[in-house]
Design a protein around this ligand. Structure first.
Ligand code: NAP
Length: 307
């Protein structure tokens, strides 16, 4: 049975336009009823510039989906939950762990759904990778997440502001996959963070976790881009490539299922299931690793960065 719930989409920028609007529009569960953004608009959809004005004018909205950057997101999420709306959070779910805990408590107290989404976990090879690793002995793992910030985040200065997380904005996608597929949790033991001299957040990071798990995140990669996770086990080698979309076992590509949904349609389908079930889903494991890296990491100052 379709949910047919009205969604207010907040923060009409890159990801809202590229992914949220098409995913909502294609789903029978959802109707894009209005938007909230200071400047952004979607043609043909009622728009507001503040969350307060939207909540006042549209009591029929059931779900608020927040696609704005993490630093300003808490105030919007809190206002929506206080007004009795279910809330869906883009990744990373907030600027701090404590503010997401506060949202969890508020949602639970009001009997509302809070869904902290991790779109990379919905990539098509992640579930088969998790299934293959079940019961296997992991001997080591390595993440290589190297992309060009100028290509993927042109002019988005917020990524280099406090709360923007720098290279952990993409890196947390890798950590969301790692924490999903490994049969047992790991914890950070060492980190080295490279901060451009003129910026507040790192542009590169190298991480070492327990269990011989390592990661190399870099936002200065020109040319070919790499989003790989390689896992060695006593029973063979697994590689997830293309951000969790390609699975290789012992160097051979494993065919994926054609029927798997795209990442954002899958997130909205999951939100519909959570709302129907009256449940919440907030897994902060990927963000714990980022917070730990910021706590433990050695700081290195590098070349100033300009878009
Ligand atoms: P964006 O385009 O820079 O920002 C989205 C919109 O949020 C902006 O257009 C802006 O709209 C609003 N906004 C920005 N700063 C704000 C502030 N201080 N207060 C209130 N509103 C503000 O960013 P994005 O790339 O879409 O990323 C948004 C979120 O999605 C991030 O958490 C990111 O990690 C995640 N994400 C991004 C991508 C990607 O490829 N870009 C992929 C997956 C997930 P107005 O100016 O109209 O208010």
């Amino acid at each position: 049975m379709k949910l047919a719930a009205k969604v207010a989409l907040v923060g009409i920028g890159k990801i809202a336009v590229d992914q949220h609007v098409p995913a909502i529009s294609a789903s029978p569960d959802w109707e894009l009823a209005c938007t909230v953004s200071r400047k952004g608009r979607i043609e043909g959809v009622e728009s507001f510039t503040t969350i307060e004005a939207m909540l006042e004018a549209r009591p029929d909205i059931q779900v608020v989906s927040l696609a704005l950057p993490p630093a300003p997101r808490f105030a919007y999420a809190e206002a929506a939950l206080k007004a009795g709306k279910h809330v869906m959070l883009e990744k990373p779910p907030g600027a701090t762990l404590a503010e997401v805990h506060a949202l969890q408590h508020l949602a639970a107290a009001k009997g509302l759904t809070l869904y902290a989404t991790w779109h990379s976990r919905m990539a098509q090879a992640v579930a088969p990778a998790k299934a293959w690793l079940q019961g296997k002995s992991i001997t080591s793992a390595h993440i290589t997440w190297r992309e060009d910030v100028r290509k993927w985040h042109p002019g988005q200065d917020w990524v280099f502001e406090p709360g923007g997380m720098g290279v952990f904005d993409p890196g947390i996608n890798a950590l969301s996959i790692l924490t999903e597929i490994l049969p047992a949790p790991v914890h950070l033991k060492w980190a080295r963070l490279e901060f451009p001299a003129n910026r507040q957040t790192p542009i590169a990071a190298q991480l070492t976790f327990s269990g011989a798990v390592t990661a190399d995140f870099d936002w200065r990669q020109e040319g070919p881009q790499t989003w790989d996770i390689e896992v060695a086990t006593a029973e063979g080698r697994l590689a997830l490539r293309m951000g969790g979309n390609v699975l290789e076992i012992d160097g051979k590509a494993v065919a994926g299922a054609d029927t798997i949904m795209g990442e954002y349609p899958a997130l909205y389908a999951r939100m519909a299931a959570l709302v129907r079930a009256g449940a919440s889903e907030v897994d902060l494991a990927p963000m714990v690793h980022v917070a730990d890296a910021m706590t433990l990491g050695e700081r290195v100052i590098t070349e100033p960065f300009q878009f």
